[in-house]
Write a protein that binds this ligand. Structure first.
Ligand SMILES: NC(=O)c1ccc[n+]([C@@H]2O[C@H](COP(=O)([O-])OP(=O)(O)OC[C@H]3O[C@@H](n4cnc5c(N)ncnc54)[C@H](O)[C@@H]3O)[C@@H](O)[C@H]2O)c1
Length: 322
């Protein structure tokens, strides 16, 4: 953790004081990375209740937590957006997207107006489409509009592989790229432990390497959110920790490599947001680490990019995305 003197100017705003927003604010509070955390929500009473509760924890963390307005985004190092609605029974995915796009229209221009130099970190789903929307609505350069993207899936994937191979997740180098959703892809060709491809590591350790077991790891990664939501109705702890892990290199200028979503050109598809490893620091997310994907993975990435692009095109046709 950086010394307190470096933290005195760090203000982080969280828009959306629902499950993801408050769990993130709380994780951030305990991390000691911010001196001031501001929560903004359309439901001010809920936000005030959360902040009052959290301020009693802030007492121990030496940070200030408060409810704010969009003016309070001024001077924020980063603004995390978790506001939106969740899918309702019978609602199509596109209807949900349209609803959350409208929510973003009411939030992003206000944030951009009051904090023209901040970094936007988007968590609301569908996160790739809304990262693209936030880029358009803010007018910010692509580096300063970061979607949490597959950072969550990469964490889950490493967790699954670490259990299978019996090592700490930090020693598993493996990423999920593409859409934070069904078309995401695990990059098997580059996955390694202790500098060895997974198959070689397994052979050295005498662990059976079974393609079906590996596929099961990636399937459990993809299905994790569905399963958790079926049991408890939401996910919040994992994503909150992932959001703090995205904020940390931004706050500390840490040059950490994280799979986050950013607008760019991917596998021949232009002007789309999806996740690839990016270097995160005080000026945002930088894509200076091209992945050497094999041909099958390049094709899967193209399909993932095209599926996100199709949603963006549908929004344009509806006249929403201007
Ligand atoms: N990216 C990820 O990995 C990930 C993981 C989990 C959840 N999510 C997404 O995060 C979002 C939030 O989930 P949640 O469980 O916290 O939902 P929630 O319903 O608990 O909270 C949403 C909050 O947004 C607020 N809100 C709605 N419209 C607003 C507006 N116009 N201005 C300000 N605030 C507004 C609501 O009042 C509510 O407090 C969802 O889209 C969810 O799918 C993303």
């Amino acid at each position: 953790m950086p010394p307190p003197s470096r933290l005195q100017s760090i203000k982080i705003v969280v828009v959306g004081a629902g499950s993801v927003g408050v769990t993130t604010a709380y994780a951030l509070l305990l991390s000691g990375l911010a001196a001031e955390i501001v929560l903004i929500d359309i439901d001010k009473s809920r936000a005030l209740g959360e902040v009052t509760d959290m301020s009693h924890a802030a007492h121990y963390a030496q940070a200030r937590v408060r409810v704010g307005e969009y003016e309070d985004c001024a001077g924020a190092t980063a603004v995390i957006v978790t506001a939106g609605v969740n899918q309702k029974p019978g609602q199509t995915r596109l209807d949900l997207i349209k609803t959350n796009y409208k929510v973003f229209k009411s939030i992003i221009p206000q944030v951009a107006h009051h904090a023209p130099d901040t970094i936007l970190v988007i968590a609301t789903n569908p996160v790739d489409v809304l990262t693209h929307a936030a880029h358009r609505l803010s007018g910010f350069p692509v580096e300063r509009v970061i979607g949490s993207g597959t950072a969550m899936d990469t964490t889950r994937f490493r967790h699954e592989l670490s259990k299978h191979f019996g090592v700490n997740p930090r020693n598993v180098h493996a990423v999920i790229v593409g859409e934070h959703g069904d078309s995401q892809l695990p990059v098997w060709s580059l996955a390694s432990i202790a500098g060895m491809r997974l198959r070689d590591y397994a052979a050295q350790k005498g662990i059976p390497y079974d393609e079906q077991e590996m596929e099961a790891c990636s399937r459990r990664t993809k299905d994790a959110a569905y399963e958790i939501i079926q049991r408890k109705g939401k996910t919040n702890y994992g994503v909150a920790s992932v959001l703090v892990s995205i904020l940390e290199p931004i706050i500390t200028n840490g040059d950490a490599l994280v799979t986050v979503s950013r607008v760019g050109s991917y596998a021949g598809v232009d002007d789309v947001a999806l996740s690839m490893p990016c270097k995160l620091n005080r000026s945002g997310a930088h894509q200076d680490v091209p992945l050497l994907l094999d041909e099958k993975e390049k094709e899967a990435l193209r399909k993932s990019a095209e599926s996100i692009k199709a949603v963006l095109d549908a929004l344009e046709e509806d006249g929403l995305a201007e």
